[in-house]
Write a protein that binds this ligand. Sequence first.
Ligand code: FAD
Length: 133
Amino acid sequence: TTRANCPPDTAELGRATWAFLHTTAAYYPTNPTPAQQGHMRALLASLPALYPCGWCADDFGRAIAAAPPVVSSRESLSRWLCERHNEVNVKLGKKAFSCDWAALDARWKDGPKDGSCDCECAAVTGSGHVLTA
Ligand code: FAD
């Protein structure tokens, strides 16, 4: 049996959402325009209102209120998001992830140095992990 075509549960939705958010942060500009910063703030601010896991949305709303998104660069946004994800990890009894720059880029942008994630995808960004530029 496969659950591939079933609606996502909380964990699957969470994994997909974190993948979207961390990857978007990894490719966010180093020097975002005011418009790009506004779009990112709006994207993050929409989650407490719309995310279809009520208690996740409520807690994320509190997390954003306590630590407003830092959208001034991809480095600061990626770190901010890593810290918020770690708050959820700790709440769920999981290990915290390293928010070191190298660890974040290896996980969400470049892949590990040993090349184990490299692919022949119609490459985009040099390392070829994301499908379109
Ligand atoms: P995930 O936590 O989904 O992480 C996916 C991958 O991201 C990991 O395998 C790891 O490689 C990487 N990663 C882990 N931590 C970090 C980090 N700090 N920075 C960068 N990369 C990292 N579930 C609940 O049960 N209760 C909640 O209240 C809840 N709130 C949520 C709020 C939000 C905004 C989101 C997006 C999800 C929430 N979830 C919640 C879902 C939960 O966070 C997990 O996604 C889910 O439990 C599946 O966990 P996982 O162990 O597969 O890995």
